[in-house]
Design a protein. Structure first.
Length: 253
């Protein structure tokens, strides 16, 4: 029975990964990837202050469509998919930069990455807090984490034919509490994907118009939330026990 359960779990995992790869190969997927990627690049430019120039970058989840933003500028750029499947869909030129990993035991040394991009990861994780604690371990003390998650209030979270409609969607507040519970502190927030999740060419051509209108008129209905966080080192330091003071009791006359 255990072997059968493992096979079923492997098959479901592979289907999700392949479905994500197939989605990003479509016209709708390419437009969605471009819209999300533009917001990510605003937060982490390839070079310059706060960017990823000459840094070690880890893409965790299904981050392959976005890692090209920093691959040339970064000193090291690694793509990792939690689970046991999916490597067959990685780009051929990404040899030795891709791996599959267990979500609760990332095969990387402590403090080895300057930036971690988590896309299509937290919503699909079996235990999101364990995954984030592993991210905390491999991220350098001055490193930064970007979490892209489907927005609970957005339309994209309702469409199961896209990877944004899989797993557990989150509100910005829920992401913030999850990060705080995993010893991270939120620094910046952003949103993306106000474009309706449809395949109509006319709408896809006007993607940037829909993005600007949605951001101005209905900012809470974005398809995804983007949250940048840093390690909350003070939260990880155990509080010293307060020494007990001796109380002098006055003797009754």
């Amino acid at each position: 029975m255990r072997e059968r359960a493992s096979v079923l779990q492997f098959s479901a995992m592979a289907t999700d990964i392949y479905a994500a790869a197939d989605f990003y190969a479509t016209a709708r997927g390419m437009v969605a990837g471009r819209l999300v990627g533009e917001r990510l690049e605003r937060l982490w430019p390839a070079l310059g202050a706060g960017g990823c120039g000459n840094l070690a970058v880890l893409g965790l989840g299904y981050a392959a469509p976005y890692l090209d933003l920093w691959r040339e500028a970064a000193a090291r750029c690694v793509a990792a998919i939690p689970g046991a499947a999916g490597a067959a869909r990685w780009p051929a030129d990404a040899a030795n930069r891709c791996c599959t990993v267990p979500e609760d035991a990332l095969p990387f040394p402590d403090l080895c990455f300057d930036r971690v991009l988590l896309v299509h990861g937290v919503e699909a994780a079996e235990n999101a807090r364990r995954l984030l604690r592993e991210v905390w371990r491999v991220l350098r003390d001055d490193g930064r984490l970007l979490v892209v998650a489907p927005n609970r209030a957005g339309v994209w979270a309702l469409v199961e034919s896209t990877p944004f409609g899989q797993g557990q969607p989150y509100s910005p507040g829920q992401i913030g509490r999850l990060l705080a519970a995993s010893l991270f502190r939120v620094e910046r927030r952003d949103t993306a994907l106000y474009l309706p999740p449809v395949n109509m060419r006319l709408l896809l051509r006007g993607a940037r118009f829909w993005e600007s209108c949605g951001r101005a008129l209905v900012p809470r209905l974005a398809g995804v939330t983007i949250t940048e966080a840093v390690k909350d080192l003070y939260a990880a330091v155990p509080v010293r026990a307060v020494p007990r003071r001796k109380l002098a009791l006055a003797e009754a006359a």
